[in-house]
Design a protein around this ligand. Structure first.
Ligand SMILES: [Zn+2]
Length: 107
């Protein structure tokens, strides 16, 4: 019987890239004042969906599905004591993710 992966196992093992994006955000503090421009950093994660094996980007580190549909499927698998089907050890190998990282600008 396979060991059921915890949620933490799922969301820590499907990261193939991390990117910090700098963004400018303007705040209007008081009406009439010039907006204040603030630099913010946002971390984006390139991940692989545990259900369908597709790459996707997320702002949350603790994400492990590319869509609501996939996350529901994973939930059902877990309810039945089955790990989601993606072969993460294979999918996250450097030679397999190189093209994906290029496409999403993670290199
Ligand atoms: Zn998916």
């Amino acid at each position: 019987m396979a060991i059921i992966l915890s949620k933490k196992d799922l969301y820590t093992s499907n990261i193939i890239g991390v990117k910090v994006e700098k963004q400018k955000r303007s705040y209007n503090q008081t009406i009439g004042d010039a907006p204040r421009i603030v630099d913010i950093r946002r971390t984006r994660y390139l991940k692989i969906c545990w259900m369908c094996g597709s790459p996707y980007e997320s702002n949350r580190v603790n994400s492990f599905a590319c869509s609501t549909r996939c996350s529901q499927n994973i939930w059902h698998h877990r309810q039945n004591g089955i790990n989601p089907p993606a072969r993460m050890d294979q999918l996250t190998k450097e030679k397999n993710v190189k093209e994906v990282k290029e496409r999403f600008g993670y290199l």
